[in-house]
Design a protein around this ligand. Structure first.
Ligand code: ME8
Length: 513
């Protein structure tokens, strides 16, 4: 048994989740489900980043205490993940006392080791991104992703000696070409590491911000929200003493968006190095979902598709499928209502749904709804059987590289082949030929068995619909990975009729775009 640990970003809970959040969480969840199906012992972590200026400001605007505000929104996130079939094993809240204890311990250790010092800081601070920024990063006086320009700040801060770890981090990236994927993000960071990265301010004076974890040796300061949040990848595993940490940490993969690439490389790799925590195994960096206006989808711009509304309209499985198929991980891409509807109609209803509907209808019409036993297997069946047997391995290899869209595409190509097999074997003609009864049995069984393997292969992407599909096939059991051909549908058992993906033709899409 091998342990696998996957994390999503720990989201700021200042509003309800939007589709960009769902994109990261659905990817992490699908990867977790595939690895679990393949027999790994998997822990999927997500959570709520509840401290810091951004939350404090949002709470103030809502006329609520930060704790109550963050609590309310953390629950909204938990409910949203349930609705989107994202099933984390751990949900960390950075306000949890156990987490605060880990943060305090880490700070104390670093302070004692001389890794932290106090100094005056003057610089431009982005409240939107919760970090100090450099002039070089600004476009027209502000960060491209912010609505407001950064503010000038001068205050005493505790600093972490990040610069002292720069050479080590750089060497790590050079020695581990697959640490950051896709490679363009690794190259971007390697370039940054050629020049000094400076030390990292890791505290805020309480007279300006008191919503955070206190600095253990100085009641006048609270911990910077990023130092706090990054440690939420280790605290829920019982770091440092618990064996769960030792079991899972060596396999850790963080799934993040490119907006938080620097914090997950410069900050996090230096902090883990200073603490003696081995670096993560892999950082999977996504591009950004864009609204139909071509700008980054964000809560503040209000240009997104609401994930919960989309799940209600198109079904949660069609939404999950669209997220992985439409925008390749690592790249930017637009997701709109029209795009989801097109994926639902073309891929799911016309291709997969149609294959299922016509196969079930033929089994009912020609064999009274009972699964026939296969007879002589010919070349066309051998080709499909060979394809079905190689698919689990091929899909898993793509999943390991976070190429989930390509993995689903491979399965859909098999669906297309099965549709081609219906056309070429023409069961309706066989049914009219009294001498072709054995052949018809073989063709129908091959189709049912092929569909059953599709249900297993796509179960991590569309858990609800694939379980519905298995019950249409009369197989109510949980999905099975790597099942041998012929051990799926049972000859003699009964199938049911039903429509898996009803087509949706909406008239209001043009107005909504
Ligand atoms: O940054 N397209 O939280 P956050 C794709 N609390 N993904 C998007 C996106 C978009 N338009 N917008 C957001 C934080 N995301 C910190 C993280 S981790 C220790 C702390 C996704 O709520 C993307 O994965 O702003 C991005 O990295 C994440 O949401 C940021 O979420």
């Amino acid at each position: 048994m091998t342990y696998r640990y996957i994390t999503t970003p720990i989201y700021y809970v200042n509003d309800r989740p939007h589709l960009g959040h769902a994109y990261a969480s659905v990817h992490a969840d699908i990867m977790a489900r595939y690895l679990r199906a393949a027999g790994h012992q998997v822990v999927l972590l997500t959570g709520a980043d509840e401290h810091g200026e951004k939350i404090a400001k949002a709470a103030m605007l809502a006329n609520e205490a930060p704790r109550a505000f963050a609590e309310r929104h953390a629950r909204t996130f938990e409910e949203a993940w349930r609705r989107l079939a994202v099933e984390p094993d751990l949900f960390i809240r950075t306000t949890a006392p156990a987490h605060a204890k880990v943060v305090s311990n880490c700070l104390t250790r670093l302070f004692k080791a001389g890794e932290i010092y106090l100094a005056d800081y003057e610089g431009l601070y982005s409240v939107g991104q919760e970090r100090f920024v450099t002039e070089k990063e600004l476009v027209d006086g502000k960060l491209p992703e912010d609505k407001e320009p950064p503010v000038l700040r001068r205050e005493p801060n505790y600093f972490f000696r990040m610069e002292a770890h720069r050479d080590w981090v750089r060497q790590l990236l050079l020695d581990t070409p697959d640490l950051i994927q896709p490679t363009q993000y690794r190259n971007e960071i390697l370039k940054l590491l050629e020049e000094p990265i400076g030390d990292l301010s890791i505290s805020r004076p309480v007279d300006r911000l008191d919503w955070g974890i206190p600095i253990p040796w100085d009641a006048g300061h609270v911990t910077y929200v990023w130092f706090d949040a990054l440690l939420s990848y280790v605290s829920p595993l019982g770091y440092p003493e618990h064996s769960t940490f030792g079991d899972y940490w060596p396999s850790v993969r963080h799934v993040i968006g490119k907006d938080i690439l620097r914090t997950h490389t410069l900050f996090w790799l230096s902090i883990t190095h200073a603490l003696g925590i081995p670096p993560y195994r892999r950082l999977h960096v996504s591009g950004h979902l864009l609204g139909s206006d071509g700008r980054k989808m964000s809560k503040s711009l209000g240009n997104g598709v609401d994930p919960l509304e989309a799940a209600d309209t198109y079904g949660v499985d069609a939404l999950r499928y669209t997220l992985i198929r439409e925008v390749s991980f690592g790249f930017d891409g637009i997701i709109s209502h029209a795009v989801i509807e097109q994926r639902l109609n073309r891929d799911l209803a016309d291709n997969l749904g149609n294959l299922v509907a016509r196969t079930l209808a033929m089994v009912i019409r020609y064999r009274g709804g009972s699964v026939p036993a296969p007879k002589v297997i010919e070349a066309s069946e051998h080709a499909l059987i060979a394809r079905a047997s190689e698919l689990p391995g091929a899909v898993l290899a793509l999943v390991e590289e976070m190429k989930l869209g390509r993995a689903a595409e491979r399965v859909m190509e098999f669906v297309t082949e099965l549709n081609g097999y219906v056309a070429s074997s023409a069961p309706w003609a066989l049914a009219k030929d009294s001498g072709a009864s054995d052949r018809l049995d073989t063709v129908l069984h091959t189709l049912l068995e092929g569909i059953y393997s599709v249900s297993n292969l796509l179960s991590p992407v569309m858990p609800g619909k694939m379980s519905e599909l298995r019950s249409l096939l009369g197989v109510c059991a949980a999905p099975v990975w790597n099942l041998r051909w012929g051990e799926g549908v049972k000859p003699g058992s009964r199938i049911n009729e039903g429509i898996l993906f009803p087509k949706r033709i909406s008239t209001d899409i043009v107005e909504r775009e």
